[in-house]
Design a binder for this molecule. Structure first.
Ligand SMILES: [Zn+2]
Length: 284
């Protein structure tokens, strides 16, 4: 499967070389998007912005997240390199603009579906492209014989995170609840450090073998467990520091995360300061 992945990636690279050239001649420096097969019927589009899931059903395409608004044409070029089926539905994992930016263009041909807090956050933040269909806990779309589910399992990265589940493939798209790079908690949009581990525990109850993260490379279920345990370790450390009566400044100086692979030093209110505030409230 690794070789297949490499060959598809190479083919995609060769395929977009003309687009890359034109992007450079227009003075743009963004690297190109690429589409890779995860398994038969499911692709991931990588490149700047959140990972896009592309579920090809035989009777239409279900798209998970849609990067930035400027990416729409390139997203469609990548999708059209693997299928000519019509786009039937777009699902958003959360409201951030690197996952919902092309909602506006997709909405012209397919309904955009997301958790109700995604719509609320998009409207409150004056972003374009709010979803036209919302749900509270779970929903599913059906195209041909294929079902794709969306589950709001609790707060974490935001208050509107959904895990997209492909039950027949035993694969999930975790959005930014899973990020193989650095983490941040969007406290301004209902994110929660305290609840994130619980949300990951609920995610792990789903029957899956592979996870597409919001950013970064595919994860096995064991790697999602490791990621969950890193969150739990950080929570334990943070609670210990606060139960020692540490001030906010001392907390910021003493909360270690580098050994977990996370640099939270520049995150401010979306990192240690927010964690301190939320934990202090929750431990009162
Ligand atoms: Zn995000």
């Amino acid at each position: 499967m690794r070789n297949k992945f490499l060959i598809v990636a190479l083919a995609a690279f060769v395929g977009v070389s003309a687009a890359t050239l034109s992007a450079f001649t227009q003075g743009q420096t963004q690297p190109p998007l690429a589409i890779n097969e995860v398994v038969d019927g499911l692709y991931v589009i990588t490149g700047p912005g959140g990972n896009i899931g592309v579920r090809v059903t035989g009777e239409g395409v279900i798209v998970i997240d849609d990067k930035f608004e400027r990416n729409y044409d390139e997203i469609m070029t990548n999708i059209r390199s693997v299928t000519n089926e019509p786009i039937k539905y777009v699902l958003n994992t959360h409201h951030h603009g690197d996952h919902t930016g092309s909602n506006v263009q997709f909405a012209a041909t397919a309904p955009v579906i997301a958790h109700k807090n995604v719509r609320a956050n998009i409207l409150r933040n004056s972003q374009a492209g709010p979803p036209s269909i919302i749900f509270s806990n779970d929903t599913a779309v059906f195209v041909g014989d294929v079902e794709v589910q969306a589950h709001h399992l609790g707060r974490g990265h935001t208050n509107g995170d959904s895990v997209i589940y492909f039950p027949d493939l035993r694969i999930i798209h975790g959005g930014d609840l899973l990020n193989t790079g650095n983490i941040f908690i969007d406290f301004n949009n209902g994110g929660s450090f305290v609840e994130w581990v619980d949300t990951l525990d609920s995610m792990l109850e789903l029957d899956f073998v592979t996870a597409i993260p919001g950013h970064g490379n595919l994860l096995t279920k064991d790697e999602v467990r490791v990621y969950r345990n890193k969150f739990a370790a950080l929570e334990t450390r943070a609670k210990e520091l606060i139960s020692e009566g540490m001030s906010s400044d001392d907390f910021l100086a003493n909360l270690q995360s580098e050994d977990l692979g996370w640099d939270l030093s520049g995150r401010g209110g979306q990192g240690p300061q927010g964690i301190y505030a939320e934990l202090t409230r929750s431990m009162e």
